[in-house]
Design a protein around this ligand. Structure first.
Ligand SMILES: [Zn+2]
Length: 238
């Protein structure tokens, strides 16, 4: 055993770390989530394929290059994971999971023509209250593996919106109108941008952001979220 591993073992003995999903003790090689919980997360599988169900949900709504999500939000384990990252001060689990899944996705060519990543901004007041923007951690997971730059300050959220949970699709869209403002046009001009969020539900938030970025001069939009909340799960055949 190497000196580094011996030190890590001793550290792990006195400062145990726990899985954010099952609360079991992590081994030295595990980070934030245990292997068992990670394996149990229901991947969308064909998520990197053109024409997947998330891409279909944008057809007729706005022009997008590609869209994908790693998981279905309907699964209990996924909701626990997203809530841990978003509400329970564990954003690093989102970064770690994203990093591992991005690594697997690179050969599919999904990231090939993308120029930069935009994490969906949250309002400054919400960020101060929460202490972080969970989407930035997801963006970092992608950036570490792909080398793509993140533009965290190119666009801001100008309005503190209510929770979307109890609104219908039309109400959600109205609630999200003119919520974002591009403050650094130069950095996005002519670029193919990857918009990153934790969960896509009605697509109201992401559409509003995409509209603003397109009006400000970006060339193409792609979308990646950790989870996709779809009432109908239909994947295209390979
Ligand atoms: Zn676990």
């Amino acid at each position: 055993m190497s000196a580094v591993k011996i030190v890590a073992s001793i550290f792990n003995l006195f400062f145990p770390r726990y899985c954010v999903l099952c609360n079991q003790r992590l081994t030295i090689s595990e980070h934030h989530i245990c292997q068992q919980c990670f394996s149990a997360l229901p991947l969308t599988q064909g998520h990197y394929m053109p024409g997947n169900i998330m891409e279909q949900s944008f057809w007729g709504l706005m022009p997008i290059e590609r869209a994908t999500a790693f998981f279905y939000y309907s699964a209990h384990e996924v909701r626990t994971l997203v809530h841990a990252a978003k509400y329970h001060k564990h954003p690093m689990v989102a970064q770690h999971v994203t990093q591992m899944l991005t690594r697997d996705m690179i050969p599919s060519g999904f990231f090939k023509s993308i120029d930069a990543i935009i994490p969906v901004p949250i309002h400054t007041m919400r960020e101060l209250k929460r202490g972080y923007n969970q989407s930035l951690y997801i963006a970092q997971g992608i950036s570490i593996e792909t080398g793509l730059p993140i533009l965290p300050h190119a666009v801001i959220r100008t309005r503190y919106t209510d929770s979307q949970t109890h609104k219908n699709v039309m109400e959600r869209r109205e609630n999200m109108e003119n919520v974002f403002r591009v403050v650094d046009n130069k950095s996005i001009k002519g670029k193919h941008l990857l918009l990153v969020d934790d969960v896509i539900t009605s697509a109201a938030t992401i559409s509003s952001l995409a509209l603003e970025l397109t009006a400000a001069g970006c060339s193409k939009i792609s979308i990646l979220s950790m989870a996709y909340a779809s009432p109908h799960i239909i994947l295209p055949q390979p």
